[in-house]
Design a protein around this ligand. Structure first.
Ligand SMILES: Cc1cc2nc3c(=O)[nH]c(=O)nc-3n(C[C@H](O)[C@H](O)[C@H](O)COP(=O)(O)OP(=O)(O)OC[C@H]3O[C@@H](n4cnc5c(N)ncnc54)[C@H](O)[C@@H]3O)c2cc1C
Length: 438
């Protein structure tokens, strides 16, 4: 039996994958996964970074072989598919017909089931909200064999709890989503350099309402008056330029490096070079959707560069009223620690509410960055960052998390008890065990 890990490869808890390939064969696979255990967990493509996709028992039900499109109406853009279909598979058929995912995370290798269970968000959160807002209905199978079709007006409690429900309410065996019409697969991008965090907020407040997409890269090593400098990339689907599916030629990191390539010096130089590579204040380009949305996907297995110990991503969101001060304090603490990565992603989230009970985004600013796993440094720094986030009234994204305390989780997501009440008793993740039982 194959074993799988989460994307950050931390905690290193290999999972035995019980493969389900047919919608009507869920129950036998479920029984198999439960043999000798009390619990299991659905598993998509393991693009969650921490332990929310890892079963407490180490036995997961993997859905990647449930990869069929069931029905698509190309007049209306309504698509019904099995949960193991990846976002890439959807784009491959949708783009040539003038349809796009209404919301996409920064990887096209997430599955439909995973995108719903984490209620993922993208660069257009300020105009389209989360993925869950575009889910029309799905079929949920519970461990007792019950099948429940869920929609906003049908088993509404399970509909809401399953969107962002971390795979705990049952196994989705198909889902129906509404695609978004586009004129072209090209994105018109404006890349604008900003000298510090205040400039970012001013620019983003001015430009976000004018553009479909908006995201910034931030130099997490800059300090003083340059703290939070970076490049804001706003974009829109081009009005012309063809409907081309991205070519799939990829590079790959062939093996896990013994140690991470990042240290204080390489981080500083790397961030500096990235910031300096754009000489003009503003550059306008037209680029394919693949390069704009999924730059990291162009190198397969890039997570191996973090070495055998793996890495953690820290992603938080803080409310709008305090976001300037809180993000400043977070970046300051990171710069002083000398940790962090080349890819600190900063974005303002909008006010559109998700139908999901446990959805992560809230109106404010979200910051995400990767840290090579170094036990002492991460524990010290994350404790500092957690205090800033807690005091700001913000929260951490479970899909990326491997460290949040139970108290912080329960304080930031008081709805967790409603999810617990609807949780399938035979489903339990390491994340849920860690944050709700300690
Ligand atoms: C490079 C990169 C960029 C990313 N960018 C973003 C981003 O911009 N925004 C964002 O929100 N996230 C982002 N992510 C995180 C990623 O999109 C989510 O973690 C996503 O949910 C992963 O999907 P997956 O199919 O790999 O699911 P997994 O990671 O395998 O599982 C995720 C959750 O889904 C549940 N699940 C899976 N299948 C089913 C099913 N059939 N029924 C019920 N539950 C199920 C699992 O139990 C688990 O709780 C990024 C990840 C990477 C690696």
């Amino acid at each position: 039996m194959a074993t799988v890990l989460s994307w950050g490869r931390y905690p290193r808890a290999p999972q035995e994958a019980h493969v389900v390939a047919w919608r009507d064969a869920v129950s036998p696979v479920w029984c198999d996964a439960l043999a000798g255990n009390f619990t299991t967990l659905p598993f998509g493509n393991g693009r969650s970074y921490g332990d929310s996709c890892l079963a407490a028992s180490g036995q997961v039900i993997q859905t990647l072989a449930l990869d069929r499109l069931i029905a698509v109406d190309w007049e209306t853009g309504v698509l019904r598919a099995e949960p193991g279909v990846t976002l890439e598979q959807i784009l491959d058929v949708a783009i040539p017909r003038g349809w796009m995912l209404p919301v996409t995370p920064g990887t096209k290798y997430a599955t439909l089931g995973g995108a719903i269970a984490n209620d993922v968000h993208g660069k257009n959160h300020h105009v389209r909200g989360t993925f869950g807002r575009h889910v029309r209905r799905f079929m949920l199978v519970r461990s007792d064999g019950t099948r429940m079709e869920c929609a906003p007006d049908q088993h509404a409690d399970f509909f809401s709890a399953t969107i962002g429900g971390l795979g705990l309410t049952g196994l989705i065996v198909w889902a129906e989503i509404q695609l978004m019409p586009v004129q072209s697969s090209m994105i018109d991008v404006r890349s604008i350099r900003f000298a510090n965090l205040d400039e970012f907020f001013t620019l983003s407040e001015e430009l976000d309402p004018l553009h479909e997409y908006s995201v910034a890269w931030v130099d997490c090593q800059s300090r003083g008056s340059a703290l939070g400098r970076g490049i804001l990339m706003v974009g829109d689907h081009a009005p012309d330029g063809g409907l081309e599916v991205a070519a799939s030629k990829k590079r790959s990191v062939p093996f896990t490096l013994p140690v991470p390539i990042f240290n204080r010096a390489t981080l500083r130089v790397g961030n500096e070079l990235y910031y300096r590579r754009q000489k003009e204040t503003e550059v306008r380009t037209r680029t394919g959707y693949d390069a704009y949305f999924y730059p990291l996907d162009s190198v397969l297995h890039w997570n191996r560069i973090y070495g055998r110990a793996g890495f953690q991503q820290y992603q938080c969101v803080v409310p709008a009223a305090v976001s300037r001060d809180a993000i400043r304090a977070i970046l300051d603490a990171i710069a002083k620690s000398g940790g962090g990565s080349f890819l600190a992603v900063l974005k303002r989230c909008g006010a559109i509410r998700s139908p999901g009970l446990m959805s992560f985004p809230l109106e404010g600013a979200s910051l995400a960055l990767d840290f090579p796993q170094r036990d002492a440094l991460n524990a010290r720094l994350f404790a500092q960052l957690d205090t800033i986030v807690r005091e700001a009234g913000g929260r951490i994204y479970p899909a990326k998390d491997a460290h949040m305390s139970g108290a912080d989780f329960r304080g930031a997501y008081p709805q967790w008890q409603e999810l617990e009440a609807l949780r399938d008793p035979a489903l339990l993740s390491r994340f849920w065990e860690r944050t709700t039982r300690i």
